[in-house]
Design a protein around this ligand. Structure first.
Ligand code: NAD
Length: 307
């Protein structure tokens, strides 16, 4: 790959054109990059073609032509399968950038496989959701060698508003799951406090008035309040339409729980948060993760009437 990563010098393969990958690839096309796109889903391929990407019939065909390969896939198993499929087709030194949210261990394994095959690799998971993917304002958390980060930066900046080099291989995924583990724990803690306040006669408005400037203040309350009213833009005001779906929070907490166990961390709140969201996810449908407050409220009513 040329040392300069510009639309004129860089062909990008984009594998995985779903809710996130589709609009991210479209932003690269708009910025002037030639994008070779692949997804097994016909509707995703159709949309990518309409967005101006060159759609190909196989991941390896896209990769063979590319200088930089971006993957945006559902899970680590699929990322590793795709890498096994495409690494031998790529030109030596191709830069692989995996933007999927996957296990830290899988991210390290993917980077190891790419490097062993003579390529370069970064993990670059994102936050910002479909809105950020569409607007090109995602936050990228990147793990891998500094020179590879520098090479990928112009491409990532097209899709992101903030790009942070977090450390070596897997450390981008580490930043993502650490943040989301804190978010899951804080949303549960806040929701328990709100329901306790309800039982004790504290209105949501008064709760917000006090806690938003007291030591219990947190992002879950002041930007994403899980009950309607105090923060008009929060999903609670829109029947908990995401936002950040419960299924995605459950997935990320599962990854955090794996990492806690793998690394022998005494992470009881993280493990419990994963368990609580896993249970809620079975009945949550497509609700935003902040709807956990409704589950806590329902279960509290049940246990007090049963008990
Ligand atoms: P998605 O299910 O909409 O898209 C995944 C796409 O990958 C699908 O179109 C699927 O057909 C495709 N795919 C499956 N196997 C493939 C293969 N072998 N080769 C090429 N493509 C293949 O999921 P999404 O919401 O776009 O999420 C993608 C990743 O981004 C996930 O890891 C997710 O955790 C992460 N993420 C999602 C969000 C969000 O708000 N949706 C936010 C941050 C991170």
């Amino acid at each position: 790959m040329s040392t300069e990563t510009t639309p004129a010098t860089t062909k990008v393969a984009f594998l995985g054109l779903g809710h996130m990958g589709g609009p991210m690839a479209a932003n690269l096309v708009r910025a002037g990059y030639e994008v070779l796109a692949y997804d097994p889903a016909p509707a995703a391929r159709e949309q990518a073609r309409a967005d101006g990407a060159t759609v190909v019939d196989a991941a390896a065909a896209a990769t063979a032509e590319a200088d930089l390969v971006i993957t945006m896939l559902p899970n680590g198993r699929i990322v590793l399968d795709v890498y096994a499929d495409v690494l031998s087709a790529a030109k030596p030194g191709t830069l692989f950038v995996d933007c999927s949210t996957i296990d830290v261990a899988d991210a390290k394994q993917a980077a190891h496989l790419a490097v062993a095959a003579g390529h370069r690799a970064l993990d670059a998971p994102v936050s910002g959701g479909v809105g950020g993917a569409t607007a090109g304002t995602l936050t990228f958390m990147v793990g891998g060698p500094a020179e590879d980060f520098a090479a990928a930066l112009p491409v990532l900046e097209v899709m992101g508003g903030k790009v942070v080099h977090c450390g070596g291989a897997g450390v981008g995924q580490a930043a993502k799951i650490c943040n989301n583990m804190m978010l899951g724990i804080s949303m549960i803690g806040l929701s328990e406090a709100i329901v306790l306040g309800e039982k004790l006669g504290l209105t949501h408005d008064k709760f917000y008035d006090v806690v938003s400037t007291a030591s219990g203040q947190c992002w879950s309350l002041t930007s994403y309040c899980p009950v309607p009213g105090p923060v008009p833009t929060s999903p609670a005001n829109n029947d908990y339409r995401p936002g950040f779906a419960t299924a995605l929070m459950t997935k990320d907490l599962g990854l955090a729980a794996n990492a806690l166990r793998d690394n022998g961390v005494e992470g009881r709140f993280g493990l419990l948060a994963a368990e609580i969201y896993d249970r809620f996810n079975r009945s949550a449908g497509d609700k935003d993760f902040s709807a956990i407050v409704t589950d806590i409220r329902n279960r509290s009513h049940r246990s007090s009437s049963e008990g």
